[in-house]
Design a protein around this ligand. Sequence first.
Ligand code: BG6
Length: 473
Amino acid sequence: MPKKTFPALFHLYRQGFIQSQDVHIFGYARTAISDHDLRSRIRGYLTPCKGFEETHEEDVAQFLRLIKYVSGAYDKEEGFRLLDKAISEYELSKNSTEGSSRRLFYLALPPSVYPPVCKMIRSYCMNKSDLGGWTRIVVEKPFGRDLASAEELSAQIGELFDEPQIYRIDHYLGKELVQNLMVLRFANRFFLPLWNRDNISNIQIVFREDFGTDGRGGYFDQYGIIRDIIQNHLLQVLCLVAMEKPVSLKPEHVRDEKVKVLQSVLPIEDNEVVLGQYEGYTDDPTVPDNSNTPTFATMVLRIHNERWEGVPFIMKAGKALNSRKAEIRVQFKDVPGDIYKCQKQGRNEFVIRLQPSEAMYMKLTVKQPGLEMTTAQSELDLSYGQRYQETIIPEAYERLILDTIRGDQQHFVRRDELKAAWEIFTPLLHRIDRGEMKPLPYKPGSRGPEEADKLAQKAGYVQTHGYIWIPPT
Ligand code: BG6
């Protein structure tokens, strides 16, 4: 929680999106520590905000003054009464008027305690209706382990809070280039006629990390890469790549379209899945020696609708690989009646790099400059670092926390969306949990199991060869 959320709050504060006269931050947890202890822990995570480096120390001191701490259990009334008292005192000290009792509860907790915590908030910590305002809760993944547990969790929380009060956060939805996807698709004439099965051969959505579970083995082993990355982050990206144009930008319209795509995904075939586990993963003392948990997975998702029938969506995610990267690769079909033999060099590809170094580029065939009539692959490149040098690209959490304060749910996962997401993966996850599918070993620092590349090629991905000289015929 402190690693990402407090820096996000700090940056919002520093940029004036949240202001000291309006906002107070209360930490709540079981450990009995003082306000001062919490502030010193948080201080270590606050990095200078671009453009405000000179006043950093002073800004940090001011920001930390907004933070207080209350300790208590997650399922006992006492602690939550204390929390409510602390919040109410603050509200009254501010001479709150109509609309000013706005309470946002950010639950960075294991999902098993969501129900008791939500119950306590509902019973003791809601906004005071005589002061107007609202109460919202933000919950982080994992939202359950499979369809049944997610539905149970949703039902328990749903009894206590209405859907407009619940913000299920998926930080990938706050990334700059993920937020750009709808603009790209629906505000550019270029893409409208091309974005379909007639022109696109396959789409890859890839997440790679060049480090392993890094001390989080115990947590990770209960979930694995499919639950940790693919079922949420990559699937959300797939929704935005594949959905139809919503009626408007209203959150419900956008989320309606995402649900439709998810409901059109066909069951995953076992022979279109490759699982991996990096060597050394079980050396972590918190991971059982016989763990069957995948730290890598490649699988093909197929969308059964008019736009995407026959186009494989190749989802890849892995830890301890050779690089850290998240990208979308849209590969186009070969040119019909090609007189240049350019497909030998590689197909047209449109790549959206979500991180690091946000960029979008199109790989295309051009005449190799010079006297010869030869062709080569080149790029039309929009690298954000160059094009938007002066712009501060906000962190995902910054943007999403601001949305929760503003009450905009467009970039949050709706209950039916979550259900549809779990429906896709639950049968596969259960097969893995029962040990019916085994991860293949791979070397840390590699590309993952070779079988994964073979699967992508079998599904239709053609490796780009780059600059190859092709003699004219
Ligand atoms: C988290 C996962 O949701 O996302 C982590 O639990 C992963 O395992 C992280 O490392 C990746 O986020 P980002 O923004 O660094 O790509």
